[in-house]
Every structure is written in C-alpha cells, then in structure tokens.
Ligand binder design. Sequence first.
Ligand SMILES: NC(=O)c1ccc[n+]([C@@H]2O[C@H](COP(=O)([O-])OP(=O)(O)OC[C@H]3O[C@@H](n4cnc5c(N)ncnc54)[C@H](O)[C@@H]3O)[C@@H](O)[C@H]2O)c1
Length: 435
Amino acid sequence: MKLTLIGTGYVGLVTGACFAEVGHNVLCVDNNKDKVAQLKAGKIPIFEPGLEDLVKNNVAAGRLAFTDSTAEGVAHGEVIFIAVPTPPQPDGSVDLTYIEAVAREIAQQLQPGQYRVIVDKSTVPVKTGEKVTETINRYSAEGCIFDVVSNPEFLREGCAIADLMQPDRIVIGSRSQRATDLMKAIYEPFHAPTYITDINSAELIKHAANSFLALKISYINAVAAICEASGANVDEVADGMGADKRIGRAFLNAGLGYGGSCFPKDIKAFIHIADELGTPFHLLKEVEKINAGQLDRFLQKIKNKLWVLKNKTFGVLGLAFKGDTDDVRSSVAIELCRRLLAEGASLRVTDPQALEKAQTELGHDPRITYCANPEEVFDRVEAVILATEWKQFRNLPWKQLKDKMIAPLIFDGRNLLDHHSLREMGYDYTGIGRP
Ligand SMILES: NC(=O)c1ccc[n+]([C@@H]2O[C@H](COP(=O)([O-])OP(=O)(O)OC[C@H]3O[C@@H](n4cnc5c(N)ncnc54)[C@H](O)[C@@H]3O)[C@@H](O)[C@H]2O)c1
C-alpha cells in the first residue's frame, strides 16, 4: 500500500522504515530540509540499533523515499500518518501547533473526490482527533473525502525496530469502517493483537499507558527510599514483587527516575487534561513529585560523602536519557550534570552514542571534558557517577580504573553495577535502595 509519514523523526523514520520492510511503498516527509538532504544522501540523523541497514535496504529496494514536500506526501499516500512533535508548554499542556499546522497543510493539498485517511501517530490529548477533523474540514476544498484515525505509537527508543516489527498491540481509533479496513490491511503483516476503539479512547490509551509505566517507576523509587531507611534491598524487593504476573518485573528498576522526550511531557499532559476535564489526577501529581525528588536525594548522597562539591571533578558515565539511544531530550543525566556544574564542580563525561548531542545541550563549558573513551572519565576524579544504564559500563576494567581516581567513590544512579564485586575491589559504592 502507498503510505506517507509526515514528520521523519524517531517515530516517523523508524515507522516508515518498518512499513517499507513489510512491503509498503513509503514516502517520509519532513520540513527540515537538512534532515531530508541527509536522509537522501544515506545518512541517518539518529542512532537506533538496526535502523541504518533497514533504511538503506528499503531505499535500495525502492520502497522508501524522502521529501520535504507535503504536497508530494499527500499525493503519494492514501493513508497519511502524522508523526510530528507534541512538546509541553510551561503550564504542562501540549503544544499542538505542529499538529494543527500539518492538518492545515494536508487540508490544502487534498483533492476533491480523492479519499485519504489522516492518522495521528503523535501522542496527543484526548479529543485532538475532533480538532484535526474540524481543521481539515475548514481548510480543504469542497468535495474532499477523508477520515481521521488515531493510531498511537508505543515504540521504545533503543529497541524501536523490534517494538514495531513485533508489537504487543496495535490500537486503531476510528469511526469509519473504510478507514479501519485500510488500517487493518497496513498492519496485517505484523500479526499483532489489534484493538479497534473510538478515537477518544485510542488517544487516552497512550497517555494512560505511559502514565502507568511512570507510576511503576515512581512506585519502586518510593519503595527504594524505604529500603534505604530500613536496610532492605530494593533489587530483591522488586524481584519478589515482579514475580507476581499481575505486577510484572518490568519498570520496577529503582534509579534516578524517568526522563526522555515522552514520559515527563506525557505525564504532565495527562495531569493537565484531567484537571481541564474536572477530574484531577492527584495520583499522577505524586508520581511526578517522587520522580523530581530522585535527583535531589541522589545529589544529597553525593554531598553526604564529599561535603563540598565546588572545585571537585566528577566522572559521569552516560548522558542519554536511557541506554541504547543517543537521545538526550529531558535526560536526567544531563540535568545531573547541570546541577553539579551549578554547585561549582567540573566534569569528565562520556556516552557511547550521545556525546555529540550532549555537547549541544551542555555547551562548550571549559569545566566539561568530553571523553570518547569511558576509561578517560576516571582520570583524577573525586567520584564516578553512573547516570545512564548502558550495559557496557558493567564490563569496564573496574579493577585497574580504581587507581586513576583520587578516591574510589562510585555513585550508581541506575543500580547497574555489581556492587558486591566493586566493594571487594575496594570501591566505596552507593546505589539506590541497595544496602
Ligand atoms: N520518540 C519516542 O520514543 C516516541 C514514542 C512514541 C510516541 N512518540 C510521539 O511521537 C511524536 C513524534 O515524536 P518524535 O520523537 O518522533 O519527534 P522528533 O522530534 O524526533 O521528530 C519529529 C519530526 O517532525 C518534523 N516536523 C515538524 N513539523 C513538521 C511539518 N509541519 N511537516 C513535516 N515535518 C515536520 C520535525 O522536523 C522532526 O523531524 C510525539 O508526539 C511523541 O510524543 C514518540
């Protein structure tokens, strides 16, 4: 089937490549001309495992192409997916200007008599589908036939291709049988359980799901604080809890809390929508509070050991918001660096993929040394802080690295490292909720 993706970022590019992989003919549109030029030249603007090969193979097979023209996109795909940003506004509500702009651009390109399905894949507040429909009606010519569908995306950066190729479920919010049939045909090759709902419910599923995952993270972080106060071990508590199938072990890892381009903004948005609808979601406000407190508590632990942070140098392992991605948007690791700098500290930082993007975020502060090799982070530092759960940090030559440090202090913000063996090596190890 001929498909168009408008917005060729993490979601649009990976989804477009996976649709092409199963045989669809995909045109990805982006209004960032540099990005489109890069993609046309075979350069992938983001790091996502397996993406480069997937894109190259499908471009070579003639099933995947790129353009900066929405007009071309609307002419190409009978089904047009919107995958543009939905960033937060200062009051927590969603900035829907990107969605509105794309809806308007699509409307102006619709041809009378030509059927199109406009699918919202971006994460949006409930009732956005209604607004998109109104917008397209307002700006399109007489006689244009279209349906609006909500098809939220659940991919996780770092394993986005697997998530798209073998999804847990597909959610299709639609009130038109014609559009539903087309959507089912698009997803048929993925053999996934499919849930057909009304548009509002589909929109809500995404916000409710992300908020629930954030709630699990904050829940275990609150339990970790009780573990610290009582001498219990949060890893063991999480294993024991997670073995219950009704609970599940996933998202019960104590740490610095959630960050990234989705959870913080989606939770804020859900809280805002609930308030607006007159049904305040107090539980989620507490989830946010616990999450914000994680970094404060962690910094306090560092201060408890080192007293004054000013003029001290720290090694920081990991800058991406989580492992296996180069995405630093709302990364807790970046916020940690900012907080340490604000205390007057200097930093030696590294990340397997996100060093360049982190440099753009943190800038060229002379107090920051960007290290391509993680071992350089240990040179004459007062402490090393693990901020992102890249698995390879586990396998550093910890024994040798100890001697490079001023004092062998480790603060593990993700409970990633083997604290028993580090302590045996002579490190002073501090994790989260671990005795
Ligand atoms: N990143 C994730 O892991 C993830 C997962 C699920 C859902 N989502 C949601 O998907 C949406 C997109 O997220 P993302 O991470 O892919 O964002 P992104 O910033 O990586 O990509 C968005 C792209 O849209 C382009 N764009 C903006 N306006 C445009 C326009 N008018 N025409 C054409 N292109 C335009 C931008 O240039 C950019 O390349 C958001 O609503 C997000 O919440 C993201």
